[in-house]
Design a protein around this ligand. Sequence first.
Ligand SMILES: [Zn+2]
Length: 322
Amino acid sequence: MRIGIDLGGTKIEGIALDGSREVARIRVDTPRDDYATTLEAIASVIADLERQAGARGTVGIGIPGTLSPPTGLVKNANSVWLLGRPLQVDLETCLGREVRIANDANCFAVSEAADGAAAGADVVFGVIVGTGTGAGITVRGRLLTGPNGIAGEWGHNPLPWATGDELPGPSCYCGKHGCVETFLSGPGMTLDHERRSDRRDAAPAIVASAVVGNAAAEETLARYEHRMARALASVINVLDPDVIVMGGGMSNIDRLYHNVPRLWCEYVFDTSIPNYPTPNGRRVEVGPFGIGSVGRVRTKFVRAAHGDASGVRGAAWLWPDP
Ligand SMILES: [Zn+2]
């Protein structure tokens, strides 16, 4: 049996897989700002899964950050109470067995490229947009890592083609301003909406307001889509993925899959695209194309097939041969 744990900023999700069949699943709140209690919560989820499944499993864990290759300490986590902690050593002590740990977005990309929305695609950019923004890259099903353990970390590049009112941009926990994450995360949308409307709403409430015709909410969503299009266009220009697959809370916004690919045509480097700005300034609007396939940009933009379970399934698959 394989156990996967997705350690998120707000939830700890655990799954037990027998082959690829789910036999148990548990979800608890993440004890924020408390490392020791976070370790206990993970151990307790694993104990409960094994009790329900009636078997002992291998343990793979997706974390909101990465283990620094030389030291094994957690780095780049927006759950800042994990930073600098020897999470793998502590969990192995706590659980009495070896554990495998990978960035949560990398787990997500592995899961979706294996048997999800990007199954069979050559190059996949798997992005999670929720409390934060992470991403992982797979090439023919293989995870692309790197000497710094940060392949795919688009969220802490600056928002590309920023306009005057987007500069210097909101401050980010990483120490910079105007990171993609500060605009595209759920809290980023909340802040952006609050600056314009004086209403402090969570992203789902903003989306619901836009659906019933609230003008401020509609404008917030339109700004959001344009920013996501620019952020992903810069990824397409570097990686040229076959599929961009999105998970996380913000992936539930249906209109993104239609609107963002229409908007990214303006920024993907291809002067044969109908609305690519030409030197004489002539632009032709791109009409509505099918979801996931727009104009001459062939990259598909799709929602994760396993929904919120992609990260936790990918964590379980960190042990391909238990
Ligand atoms: Zn940042």
